[in-house]
Design a protein around this ligand. Structure first.
Ligand code: FES
Length: 177
């Protein structure tokens, strides 16, 4: 997924948004008011989330009231209104994972990242979420990390994964510098 802002930027999100890809998406759906959901999906894919200026632009171009757009994005859990991290870690604490030590993993991740479940690190590198059953109980304890199911976790392995993602981030930053 291509992100349209630099992860290391500390300036406000509005200052770094590039609206050109959004205009392209909207051009494709010109005059199709019923296509709000696919437009929102593609906008989220482009930006990683749906900031207010993006929603306002969609509403203006598609002639759909902002209130209706907000109604849609708050109804469907697939839409996200706040900026999330470059890496999304979704840890399971459902029954099967819980009895196999998920809480120790959660504690280790929170300590390693310095955030609580449901939060994003201040540098927007990681978003950490805890859910209740990912449907892969046979792999418990399990997490989905950047869309990949990772099973049979333990605290040490999870911390290693996070550190390796951090190293890759730093290497990427050096390449981009
Ligand atoms: S309880 Fe964790 S995947 Fe089902």
């Amino acid at each position: 997924m291509r992100q349209l802002y630099r992860w290391s930027d500390t300036v406000t999100q509005e200052e770094t948004l590039d609206f050109a890809p959004l205009e392209q998406i909207l051009d494709r759906y010109e005059g199709q008011q019923s296509a709000v959901i696919p437009v929102l999906q593609q906008a989220q894919e482009a930006f990683g989330y749906l900031p207010r200026p993006v929603l306002e632009t969609i509403g203006r171009r598609m002639k759909v009231p902002l209130s209706r757009i907000y109604g849609i994005v708050t109804f469907y859990s697939q839409f996200c209104l706040t900026r999330r991290g470059r890496h999304i870690i979704c840890e399971c604490n459902g029954t099967a994972c819980h009895v196999r030590g998920a809480v120790k993993i959660i504690n280790a991740v929170e300590k390693e990242l310095g955030i609580r479940a449901g939060e994003t690190t201040p540098d927007y590198e990681f978003t950490y979420e805890v859910v209740y059953c990912l449907g892969s109980c046979a792999l418990a304890p399990v997490a989905v990390i950047d869309g990949q199911v990772v099973g049979h976790l333990n605290p040490e392995r999870m911390v290693r994964i996070i550190r390796s993602l951090n190293e890759k981030n730093q290497q990427q930053e050096e390449v981009n510098a």
